[in-house]
Design a protein around this ligand. Structure first.
Ligand code: NAP
Length: 344
């Protein structure tokens, strides 16, 4: 049996709000009970810029104590405390840290500091989350928590679906998908005759690709997502460096266009599968028959197929990157946290 969820973001709400099950609210009163959570926002680019656009609707439940960016925004919006110093932001005593910084030492340091202070963490930073498996335990030991729905496949609830399936008693057999919106967008553009560099620049202008798109192009971004998926699907800790990768640069000019003439379509395929009794991860560049379900992902879309040992197959398809779907996933985590800490 195949269950299919096309997770297009709509004006009426993110698919996550309709599909994911929020964690159970605390039964005991929270010792840190407050009417409003105090938040520090780290980064205000594509992802957190989208969060800041919409978080006002939750202003009775969450207040922004500080926003940290690299370049100073002093005078930008006098109603907000814009900082460039993360330590000064932590001095405001946040309950929650909403992090969407690039993969960098500062982001790792900030998340470790947040965990050690018992802050609740909401992060989109799959690279740091993948190489710091101890963060969730560290946060929980100090009374905090870690949520990261936005880190995998932006607008489609891959991690939540894996959790739900396992709660229902399903055993995950494998996961296969297109997990990187930028590379998918670039491959589609190349198929239409664009040069790779021009296609990457177009993805950056559209907000899918980061300032440094190398992790998207060389498969590292998809590999980090596989690490997070393996954690949820198999309780398994994979080392991102052991995941084999074929970069987009391996594709010769004209190859993608020629493939399309043969009813083939290149896709960056990320896969977790069992080989010799062990789960292995791989990020490949494959010419797939245009009847293959992964070729349904167009432009920045992602598609993920989860196979269970019972034979159940779940297909998730939707916007995998960009400001709105990723920010909506962050906001779903924020709402879930508010429900757990304060109540609806
Ligand atoms: N874009 C997506 O579609 C997407 C989807 C899922 C997950 N993610 C993840 O989300 C994270 C953020 O992505 P993004 O696309 O929002 O990136 P972005 O647009 O480049 O924004 C990054 C933000 O971080 C700030 N920043 C960078 N270095 C800093 C430093 N040293 N100190 C303080 N602030 C610093 C930047 O400040 P300035 O504004 O001053 O430069 C900017 O506001 C990444 O980890 C990415 O992998 C992105």
């Amino acid at each position: 049996m195949t269950y299919s969820l096309a997770a297009k973001t709509s004006a009426t709400g993110s698919p996550r709000t309709r599909f994911s099950t929020p964690s159970k609210p605390r039964l005991r009163p929270n010792p840190r009970y407050r009417q409003r959570l105090r938040a520090v926002v780290l980064g205000a680019g594509t992802v957190n810029g989208g969060v800041l656009d919409k978080i006002g609707v939750l202003s009775e439940r969450i207040e922004i104590a500080a926003i940290v960016t690299r370049k100073s925004r002093q005078g930008h919006d006098p109603r907000q405390a814009w900082l460039t110093d993360i330590n000064a932001a932590f001095d405001t005593g946040p309950d929650v840290v909403i992090e969407a910084l690039p993969d960098c030492a500062l982001a790792e340091r900030a998340l470790k500091l947040a965990a050690s202070r018992g802050c609740h963490i909401i992060s989109a930073n799959k690279a740091v989350l993948a190489r710091c498996p101890q963060l969730a335990g560290e946060a929980e030991r100090h009374g905090g928590s870690l949520r990261y729905s936005a880190a995998v496949a932006g607008g489609i609830p891959v991690l939540e679906t894996l959790t739900d399936l396992r709660k229902r008693g399903e055993v995950i057999a494998g996961v296969r998908g297109v997990l990187n919106g930028t590379s998918n967008y670039v491959l589609d553009q190349i198929e239409r005759g664009a040069e790779r560099e021009a296609a990457v620049k177009a993805a950056q202008r559209a907000g899918f690709a980061e300032a440094d798109p190398s992790a998207d192009i060389d498969g590292l971004d998809a590999a980090a997502k596989l690490v997070l998926i393996a954690r949820k699907a198999f309780d398994l800790e994979l080392d991102v460096d052991t995941i084999g990768r074929i970069p987009l640069s391996a594709l010769h000019p004209g190859q993608a266009k020629a493939a399309s003439g043969n009813r083939l379509r290149y896709r960056q395929c990320a896969e977790l599968s069992r080989r010799n009794g062990r789960i292995k991860g791989r990020v490949d560049l494959q010419a797939l028959a245009n009847t293959d379900e992964l070729t349904k992902a167009r432009n920045e879309e992602n598609i993920v197929v989860i196979t269970c040992e019972s034979g159940l197959r779940v297909q998730l398809h939707g916007k995998g990157a960009g400001r709105v779907p990723t920010a909506d996933a962050m906001l779903t985590d924020i709402r879930d946290l508010i429900a757990c800490e304060i109540g609806a």
